[in-house]
Design a protein around this ligand. Structure first.
Ligand code: SAM
Length: 258
């Protein structure tokens, strides 16, 4: 799926890369597009085109998955964008617990990008209005992609209950738990960076967490996104959780519920 011109203009990915690194990344894109490998073999050998700064995300999610493997309940991402982590989670489920078809994997996003900042957030090009907009039409593509991955994994004929929740998390997160009061949340990834949606999502999941549940906070200590940490500190008291800096990814923090 190609980005349309509106998305191209509005979208600026978060990066600390130098110009030299960005040039190499552009070259990698060209080499991927013009690869002599046939498309199916390019996918089979996808590690040839996976940068270390992307590979680390696979390693991090695998580490997190191992931590929650024995905790029952749902795996949730708040701020899914294209859905990379949802696909990783489905495939990690297939690796770490292939016979557990009870994992519900849930992605929340507007699929229309960022909306607005609150007074507790800092202006930043990363979350200008509509940045990270995939277009709401993308949701049906992502749904099918998740099903395709699920179908190619062990017990693929037994369909899981993966869910995509479209809309502003400030409304959709509380509503989701009204509709699913039985929920237990084993893992939740917070990647919206802003105060209001992060606070709404943290408040919504808190009654559904259990001892050992893990939260992954993407921007807890990033100076550009004070809103995420403020929201976190308003919802959780210090003695309710244990916080660690991710070993391989210093900007992210792993929070384990006591
Ligand atoms: C940095 S991106 C997420 C990247 C994704 N987690 C990944 O690792 O590939 C942030 C996402 O949060 C979403 N978002 C921001 N504010 C939101 C809100 N109030 N409700 C729902 N989604 C929101 C944006 O649409 C965007 O897709």
């Amino acid at each position: 799926m190609n980005r349309n011109s509106e998305q191209e203009q509005s979208f600026q990915i978060e990066t600390t890369a130098s110009m030299e690194q960005l040039r190499h990344r552009s070259r990698l894109v060209e080499m991927f597009e013009k690869s002599p490998l046939p498309m199916d073999e390019r996918l089979f050998n996808i590690g040839m085109y996976t940068r270390s700064s992307i590979l680390v995300k696979f390693l991090l999610m695998s580490d997190v998955y191992k931590r929650i493997k024995n905790i029952p309940g749902q795996l949730i991402e708040f701020g899914t964008w294209w859905g990379h982590n949802l696909i990783l989670l489905e495939n990690l489920r297939a690796i770490h617990e292939p016979f557990n078809k009870q994992r519900v994997i849930v992605g929340f996003d507007t699929f229309d990008g960022y909306t607005s900042l609150s007074a507790k957030d800092k202006e930043c090009h990363v979350w200008s209005e509509k940045s990270y907009n995939t277009g709401v039409d993308y949701v049906s593509y992502l749904r099918e992609l998740i099903e395709v991955h699920e179908g190619s994994n062990v017990l693929g004929h037994v369909k899981g209950r993966h869910r995509l929740v479209v809309g502003n998390v400030e409304q959709t997160a509380p509503q989701y738990f009204v509709e699913h009061p039985e929920s237990i949340v084993a893992f939740a990834y917070f990647d919206m960076a802003l105060y209001a949606p992060t606070k709404a999502a943290l408040q919504a999941i808190k009654p559904h967490l259990v001892s050992g549940s893990v939260l992954l906070l993407d921007e807890l200590t990033w100076p550009e996104s004070p809103g995420e940490a403020i929201a976190f500190k308003e919802v959780f008291a210090r003695d309710e959780v244990c916080i660690e800096k991710c070993e391989l990814y210093p900007s992210k923090a792993i929070v384990t519920v006591r």
